[in-house]
Design a binder for this molecule. Structure first.
Ligand SMILES: [Zn+2]
Length: 335
């Protein structure tokens, strides 16, 4: 009996020590990360250990924007070392000061900081590498609208999805050409899916646009870096004029167009354009004329010199509104 009680006791002491050791190793892990951060960013401001939240003076605000030798004392850089993310409350929008801790340390630390960080968080380094080349598949719940089975046509999801597409003037011909579909279930539920195929007709990306009117997240796209793909490259004829547009819902209305998936050209797309394009016409949304000008000057150089044009749309119009009919707009060069 006594023996049994002892064993019992021994068991609990062991478990207790084990739990404490896990907690300690987690904690010291966090301490080491904070050490690295302080080494790069100086002393921290507020620190919430429960949440893993800590703030510092933002190096971009302080050094790059204000040209100070020391921090600006505002502690605008918010870091969560449990979630491995950071964001500056002041310059995240204008200067892209947000993202993973890996990015922050790579950008503002020295190689030793990064090496020490990767020792603590090896998975971050791997993610970064794999993300770039991770294979994208269509969601398993994807239903192609081309030749859809009649039974689906009776469902409310189908009707909602089609109503959304019709509202955006998307015809059966466009649906078929781009293999547009939808999901009513799963991670991309209640979303229109527009797939992207590479030059070998392999899927390499997709955009998932909600077809419900009151969603917080209009787009939910796969993790794979959009910077590494050219959307529907399989449909691009490099010998003809290439149209650069903002979004996928623009490009489906305009033959031989490539969506930037934003207002900026990725390095991958720039390099490919430079290598393969003969003529380029830039058409961004009406409210993005400055971005269009910048893009024009970026592309209009070297062997693309004088082979770039731009079309200015009215402020309240995009290509989808015009259903790709640009006849009444002048295609011009900028000085
Ligand atoms: Zn900042």
């Amino acid at each position: 009996m006594k023996n049994g009680a002892n064993r019992f006791h021994f068991f609990y002491v062991n478990i207790f020590c084990y739990i404490i050791s896990i907690m300690m190793s987690q904690n010291s892990d966090y301490d080491l990360i904070i050490d690295i951060l302080e080494d790069i960013l100086g002393n921290h401001g507020l620190h919430n250990e429960d949440k893993g939240q800590i703030n510092f003076d933002c190096p971009v605000c302080s050094y790059e924007i204000k040209g100070l030798d020391v921090g600006d004392g505002k502690n605008n850089l918010e870091i969560n070392y449990k979630l491995n993310v950071y964001k500056c409350w002041s310059c995240s929008e204008s200067h892209g000061t947000h993202g993973s801790l890996y990015k922050l340390i790579k950008k503002h630390g020295n190689p030793k900081h990064l090496k020490n960080y990767i020792l603590l968080r090896p998975e971050d380094d791997n993610n970064n590498f794999h993300k770039k080349y991770k294979k994208v598949y269509l969601p398993k719940e994807f239903i192609s609208l081309k030749n859809i089975h009649a039974a689906y046509k009776l469902t409310p999801h189908y009707k909602q999805a089609m109503a959304y597409l019709r509202k955006r003037n998307i015809t059966d011909e466009i649906i078929s050409k781009f293999n547009i579909g939808y999901c009513y279930d799963g991670e991309y539920s209640n979303r229109i899916i527009i797939p992207s195929y590479d030059e070998n007709d392999e899927i390499n990306y997709f955009v998932a646009r909600s077809y419900l009117s009151n969603t917080k997240l209009k787009y939910k796209n796969p993790e794979a870096q959009k910077e590494t793909i050219i959307f529907n490259e399989n449909l691009v004829n490099w010998n003809e004029t290439i149209y650069l547009v903002e979004g996928v819902f623009d490009s489906i209305f305009l033959n031989n167009s490539i969506p930037l998936l934003g207002k900026f050209v990725s390095k991958q797309l720039f390099d490919t354009l430079y290598e393969k394009a003969k003529n380029i016409v830039i058409i961004l949304d009406g409210d993005a004329w400055e971005d269009a000008e910048k893009l024009y000057h970026k592309l209009n150089c070297g062997k693309l010199m004088n082979k770039v044009w731009v079309i200015k749309l009215p402020k309240d119009k995009d290509i989808a509104d015009l259903q790709g009919d640009l006849k009444s707009f002048e295609q011009k060069k900028i000085d």
